[in-house]
Structure formats: C-alpha cells, structure tokens
Design a protein around this ligand. Structure first.
Ligand code: SAM
Ligand code: SF4
Ligand code: SF4
Length: 351
C-alpha cells in the first residue's frame, strides 16, 4: 500500500435489529421514478400517462445525498446495494453514482435491476465504474405477450440485445426476472427456460404480487411456484439447491443435467418475511422497510434540514428498530384491513 492511499475505516456501530431480530443487510435505492415501459402490473398506462406528475429533479435525491446516506446505512450493517426504479438507466450519469457507491467502506456488492433496453448504451461504462451484476426483467419471448406485459414501447429483441451487452461487459452472473400472470404469459414459461438453459443466465420466476394499489391484483392471476416447478421439471428434471446466503429471496433449483439453474420468488405462496433484511430508499429519499408499506420516513427532509450524520444515523436506527413488517405472511388478513391506507407504488419504491 502506498503512503498516499488514505483508507477511511468503516465506523462500526451496533447493528440494529428489528422487532423480529432481523438485521438490516440490503438497501434498494430507487434512483428514478420514471420509466420507459408501462408494464400494467406496475405502471398502468391509463394512470401514468403523459401528464402524470413524476418527481422533479430537485425533488429526487442528488448523487451526493444518496452517497452520504448510503455511507450511514453501511455503518449500520448494510452490505449489499441494488439500484432500481422506475427505470434506473434513465437517471443521467448513473455510472458516476455507481463509482461512488462501490467505494463506500463495508459495501460488498452493487447490482442493478433494469428492463434492459438501455444496457447497450451503458453496460461497459457501468462495469468500468464497478457495477458487479445486473438483473434484467423479461416476461416473455413471445412478441405479442411481451408487448402486452411491458406496454409496447420496445421489442423483445432490444431486451435480448441488452442482455448480450451485459454479458459482454461481464456484468455477471446475469439474472432474468419474469413476473408470471395466469392467462397472460404462463404458457410461454418453458420457452424462456429453454432459451437461457446452459447460458449461465438464471431465470427467476416471480409470483405476481399485490404491490401498490392500482394493478387490480387478484389471487387468481398468481401462478404458484409449485405449479411452474412441476411443469418445468417434467421437461427438464430439477434438483433443489441450498440458498447461497441467508435471506436469499429466490428458491434455487439446478437442472439435473448440469445446464444451470432456475429460481422462484414465492412471495405469495411461500412468504419469506422471516429472513427479510431489506430496506428501501425511494427516489425522493423516503425510507421504507417493506415493499408493501403504507408509510415511510423522509430522510431527505432531515438531510436538507441540516441534520448531522449522527442525527441521521439515529433516525435510520429508530426506523429499523421499530420495524415489524411481515406483509406477505399476513396478506390474507391485511389486504382487507388497510382500508383507505394506500400502499406505496412499486415503481416509486423500487422492486
Ligand atoms: N424497471 C426495472 C425493471 O423492470 O427491471 C426496475 C424496477 S421494477 C419495479 C423491478 C422488478 O419488479 C421487475 O423485475 C418487475 O418485473 C417487478 N415487478 C413490478 N411489479 C410487480 C408485481 N406487481 N409483482 C411482481 N413483480 C413486480
Ligand atoms: Fe418500468 Fe420496471 Fe415497472 Fe415495468 S416493472 S413499468 S419496466 S419500473
Ligand atoms: Fe420483506 Fe415486506 Fe416482502 Fe415480507 S412482505 S419479505 S417484510 S418486503
């Protein structure tokens, strides 16, 4: 090590545990509430039209603000970051933010979730800035089904090209996220598996969730992971794999013939709240402790009001200590009980 290199040590603070003794390990940062797609299950076109008022740039956290807050989250135990949105690649100069985040002491992993169409433009820059891997959302290879599930703003080929750019830039291991909705894309699942088997890319099937208030969710539209598992393993036998780490959201299965893996995110049929270590920061700096939250705490207001680092640390700690979320485990009873309370929308809080 040269004498000139300055190592800023990680200030170790007692890691807060919430009311179910869960530590805070992951932070999902929504860097942009806008999107270039209109997936009906997330941002229905009728609501998020041309005149919809998204956040103005002054309302969003600046990169400096995001970095400052992330440093504090790292002091409280956060080790993994995921940049998301909306569409994170719509945020100008995103690689600059990635570069700053990867240098924060304590942060071990920085990933990005994207719809993929802008990866051609940014994949190598993101890699050079220190991004480790990407997750690309792709609901179907069938052009008509894809258009219906994404709003019709891009073609499947553009997403596949985005994945190819990510592969060439070594933003790996690449994951593909597929939300499955009964009667919409469940008949195209095997085609997706076939396409990515043996490529090193892991497809993860996500049960359609009742996030937000506007997607007309019904349980009838959810395809339970077990059903997909039966269908996929009838064609390509699968063997369960141990989770790579505690709190991993996807249940992993390996192809018996060694051609890779698939995953299932079973938020509806087999909730995993007990291991949920994820905090979420919206683009305008509100801290949420659950994807289905109705309330959050604005860190931006405190930050712009002149709060010191110690005051911000105390604020974040207090939110985490008071956390008792386990919506997915209580879905049946909570859905009816929320009344007029509005859940936060997924594109705003980040997936
Ligand atoms: N725009 C980026 C994308 O689509 O990858 C990042 C943000 S998006 C909100 C993150 C993930 O949430 C995507 O994989 C998307 O499919 C998933 N998602 C959105 N709404 C969902 C819902 N109602 N149920 C399950 N997954 C959902
Ligand atoms: Fe945009 Fe992603 Fe939501 Fe689709 S799922 S509308 S790509 S934020
Ligand atoms: Fe975590 Fe909330 Fe999802 Fe449960 S419902 S796993 S607490 S985000």
């Amino acid at each position: 090590m040269s004498e000139r290199e300055v190592i800023v040590p990680l200030r170790v603070l007692p890691a807060p545990r919430d009311s179910f003794s869960r530590p805070m390990r992951d932070l999902r940062i929504s860097v942009m509430d806008r999107c270039n797609f209109r997936c009906p299950y997330c941002m229905a076109r009728e609501i998020y039209h041309d005149r919809y008022r998204f956040l103005g740039s002054h309302e969003r956290l600046s990169f400096d603000e995001i970095v400052r807050l992330t440093r504090l989250f790292a002091q409280l135990g956060v080790r993994k970051l995921r940049l998301t949105g909306g569409e994170p690649l719509l945020r100008a100069n995103l690689p600059d933010l990635v570069g700053d985040l990867t240098e924060i002491p304590g942060i071990e992993d920085v990933a990005l979730t994207t719809n993929g169409v802008l990866l051609g433009r940014y994949a190598s820059e993101l890699k050079a800035a220190g991004l480790q891997r990407v997750t690309v959302s792709l609901d179907s290879l069938d052009a008509r089904v894809f258009a219906r599930m994404s709003g019709g703003f891009a073609g499947v080929e553009e997403v596949l090209e985005g994945i190819e750019h990510a592969r060439r830039a070594e933003l790996t291991p690449i994951k593909v996220n597929t939300v499955v909705q009964r009667g919409l894309n469940d008949h195209t699942v095997l085609e997706l598996v076939e396409r990515f088997r043996g490529t090193g890319i892991v497809v993860r099937f996500i049960e359609y969730m009742d996030v937000g208030n506007r997607n007309h969710w019904s349980e009838a539209a959810v395809v339970p992971a077990k059903e997909l598992l039966t269908r996929i393993s009838a064609r390509w036998p699968l063997e369960p794999r141990e989770p790579s780490y505690r709190g991993e959201v996807a249940r992993r299965y390996a192809f018996a013939d060694g051609q890779g893996e698939v995953g299932f995110i079973t938020s509806v049929s087999q909730p995993f709240c007990g291991d949920c270590t994820r905090a979420r920061l919206s683009s305008d700096g509100v801290l949420y402790t659950c994807l289905f939250a109705t309330h959050g705490k604005s860190l931006r207001d405190a930050l712009r009001g002149g709060a010191s680092d110690d005051q911000l640390l105390e604020l974040i700690r207090a939110v985490w200590l008071g956390r008792a979320d386990r919506y997915s485990e209580q879905r049946a009873s909570l859905r009816g009980a929320l009344g007029d309370e509005r859940k936060v929308e997924m594109f705003y809080i980040g997936g």
